[in-house]
Design a protein around this ligand. Structure first.
Ligand code: FEO
Length: 398
């Protein structure tokens, strides 16, 4: 969309789509791209809500000009979040509109100075203050660590739009439409969860605090900094966030493994077959060497059952599995069922390290660790079957 899209009377989406960047935060694959959503409230005073990633600055300035006119004035920039995917165009905006006043909280301005050496024309707000622009009233919700210290949300009382920053956002570009009712949401659901799992998921407590502070606010539209704008069913995305922040999960199993020569992989496949025979239909099996851990982590937010397999590598975990479980521990996922397995040729160490992971993460185990020597024996497969049956029994009887 190369022109501004109205959300309400004189409130416009002026974001950009990014189909070029391969890795978000130089970490997370962007197979479906990402949008950087910014919004412009036109009125007696013109208010910009966040900016976009630096590469979109020219398009962004052009969109601003289309809304307020080439001689128009920008009065305020509200910074809900300072991560550079939303602040990359701040310097070009200040250069074009040097009189602009920048609205944020005390934590915003520290990072603003650190990142951009911008220290002037600042208006510091907190939750007790309303920014009255003459024909608009903006209220603020401070949401620290959702997912940076300075993150906040801005609520425009007349239109009931909540500009929510990264919260309620998604990977995936906005293709043609920007609203939940203009898009095929089923094609976004996995990317909404992958975004939550990898960017927000660690901050489950701030998510719940934010939800609590929003209680009682009449939210008509949720306008996040990435992905669809929620105008028809904002309650759906709110419910998803509450569910994920409580680590509620569906009946299903993720089997994630690493395998050099196929021994651990065969154990994973066999466990999968037994789970299926036991009636488990929701099952996803991933080779951690091939599937980026962000997708596996996303499914760990979806399903309650987890089988994790690793061969020994240099006396410890196979590196892709090590990276995965490091992210899982860092995220602090709770309330899952776990089985562990793997293969080793001589000293071992992979399954032992998975056992330490199990202790650290504190999930309920569905059996003893299974350690094959080289190719799994009939006895090893029998143990895999018992582990899978126990997993299925636990999940399907819940
Ligand atoms: Fe979309 Fe935390 O930046």
């Amino acid at each position: 969309m190369f022109y501004p899209i109205p959300l309400a009377d004189n409130v416009f989406w002026i974001g950009t789509n990014d189909r070029r960047t391969h890795l978000f935060e130089n970490l997370w694959p962007l197979e479906k791209g990402v949008s950087y959503n910014s919004y412009l409230i036109k009125g007696r005073h013109n208010v910009l809500i966040d900016t976009v990633e630096a590469s979109g600055s020219d398009e962004f300035l052009d969109k601003i000009s289309r809304v307020i006119g080439p001689e128009g004035k920008l009065d305020y920039l509200v910074i809900n979040h300072l991560e550079p995917d939303h602040s990359g165009a701040i310097r070009p905006v200040i250069a074009r509109y040097p009189e602009i006043r920048i609205v944020g909280n005390s934590k915003t301005f520290k990072i603003l100075e650190q990142f951009y050496r911008v220290c002037d024309n600042l208006i510091s707000i907190d939750e007790s203050l309303t920014l009255d622009t003459g024909d608009r009233k903006l209220k603020f919700f401070l949401t620290p660590m959702l997912h940076w210290p300075e993150t906040m949300m801005t609520y425009e009382t007349g239109t009931k739009i909540l500009f929510s920053g990264d919260a309620f956002g998604s990977f995936g570009t906005l293709d043609g439409g920007i609203f939940d009712d203009e898009l095929n949401l089923s094609s976004y659901q996995d990317e909404i969860r992958r975004y939550y799992a990898n960017i927000v998921g660690k901050y489950w407590n701030p998510v719940q605090k934010a939800a609590k502070s929003l209680e009682g606010t009449d939210i008509g539209i949720i306008a996040p900094t990435h992905g669809p704008v929620w105008r028809t069913n904002p309650g759906w995305i709110l419910d998803q966030y509450l569910k994920w922040s409580r680590f509620e999960a569906e009946t299903g199993v993720v089997i994630a493994y690493g395998s050099m020569y196929g021994h651990t992989e065969k154990m994973a496949d066999y466990a999968g077959r037994i789970l299926n025979e036991e009636g488990m239909r929701e099952l996803r099996i991933y080779d951690a060497s091939k599937t980026h851990l962000s997708y596996i982590l996303s499914d760990l937010f979806l399903f309650r059952g987890v089988l994790m397999g690793s061969p020994a590598y240099n006396g410890g975990l196979y590196p892709p599995v090590e990276a995965l479980i490091s992210k899982v521990i860092n995220t602090g996922i709770r309330n899952r069922l776990l089985g562990i397995f793997g293969s080793a040729a001589w000293g071992g160490g992979g399954v032992k390290a998975l056992g330490q992971f199990a202790e650290n993460i504190g999930w309920e185990m569905v059996g003893e660790p299974i350690q094959a020597k080289g190719a799994a024996t009939e006895e090893d497969y029998s143990q895999c079957a018992a582990m899978a049956r126990n997993m299925a029994k636990n999940l399907l009887e819940m």
